[in-house]
Design a protein around this ligand. Structure first.
Ligand code: MN9
Length: 289
């Protein structure tokens, strides 16, 4: 699967009425491919998936796969606490030509590991494309460990993990104990710190907008120029610091809108970005390029 390097967790552009802006979505996809992204992660938390109608989630996948047209890999997040919905989204993603599917573990009811494994098994059984586990304990409330993943793998065709946690010790354990599992790191602000563990790629919100910066970080690291890689990461993190004062996704949308791709605000109940937070972002914007 052609899915590696810097991979945006695609934001969902909205218009003034919070309806999906498909024109901006298509433009964003093309701009990001031109900038050198190594794939797209569609309808994830950054894409506000849990605030979308079923039809919208599907239409976004249809538009993105059509626009990408095989130029890079597309993985669709199909997560839903309702496994029947997750299976439906997965089948639909495959029918659109997606290269893989991904999901957060089922949440809210505090499911046990065998239940989580069955959830992934049901998705995997429904499609031929491989699965990427989405581990994001800060939002899902479920922290999957190196010991948990083989249990899930007994039930599902898991090729990788999107790992959005600051716990790099656990990530190293995953690498050591499951060497054939592809690692996609998910915290943009620690990309450089996670790289030496051996990543296939990184999937994150700010790769929608600080794309070139993060590709440069990866290139510097691969050339052995760690100092330069961390210097660039520090610049990116100055922007991320300002973004993390609000919602990162709102900051990404604001920056893209300023760059000529109108993305609107996040969907309610998220509040729009305050003027103060916009000004704080404006002040550090030159460091984003
Ligand atoms: O998975 C994103 N995580 C969340 C990706 O949305 C919670 C990241 O890209 C973060 O937005 C970013 C800031 O913490 O690293």
């Amino acid at each position: 699967m052609n899915f590696k390097g810097i991979i945006p967790a695609l934001i969902t552009p909205f218009d003034e009425r919070h309806e999906v802006n498909y024109t901006s979505l298509r433009r964003l996809v093309n701009r990001l491919i031109d900038q050198g992204v190594g794939g797209f992660y569609v309808c994830g938390s950054t894409g506000e998936c849990f605030l979308m109608d079923d039809d919208e989630r599907k239409q976004i996948v249809e538009v993105v796969t059509e626009e990408v047209h095989g130029r890079v890999g597309v993985v669709v997040h199909v997560g839903s606490i309702n496994v029947r919905k997750a299976v439906e989204y997965a089948r639909h993603a495959q029918s659109c030509g997606a290269d893989g599917v991904s999901s957060v573990p089922p949440f809210y009811f505090k499911f046990k590991l065998p239940e989580i494994a069955n959830y992934y098994g049901a998705i995997s059984d429904a499609v031929d494309v491989p699965l990427i586990i989405y581990n994001i304990p800060s939002l899902s409330g479920v922290a999957l460990t190196a010991d948990d993943i083989p249990v899930i793998r007994n039930k599902a065709n898991v090729m990788g993990i999107k790992y959005t946690s600051y716990d790099l010790y656990e990530l190293e354990k995953i690498k050591r104990k499951i060497p054939d599992l592809k690692l996609y790191y998910g915290h943009d602000e620690m990309f450089c710190s996670a790289l030496p563990i051996g990543l296939t790629g990184a999937i994150g919100s700010t790769y929608n907008v600080m794309t070139k910066k993060f590709i440069s970080i990866q290139n510097a690291f691969e050339k052995g120029n760690t100092e330069e890689a961390f210097r660039l990461q520090a610049e990116a993190n100055t922007v991320l610091d300002a973004m993390l004062k609000g919602d990162v996704k709102a900051g990404v949308k604001y920056m893209l809108s300023k760059a000529g791709i109108p993305c609107g605000d996040m969907r309610p109940p998220f509040l729009p970005l305050s003027e103060a937070k916009k000004s704080a972002l404006d002040a550090v914007l030159p460091l984003a390029d």
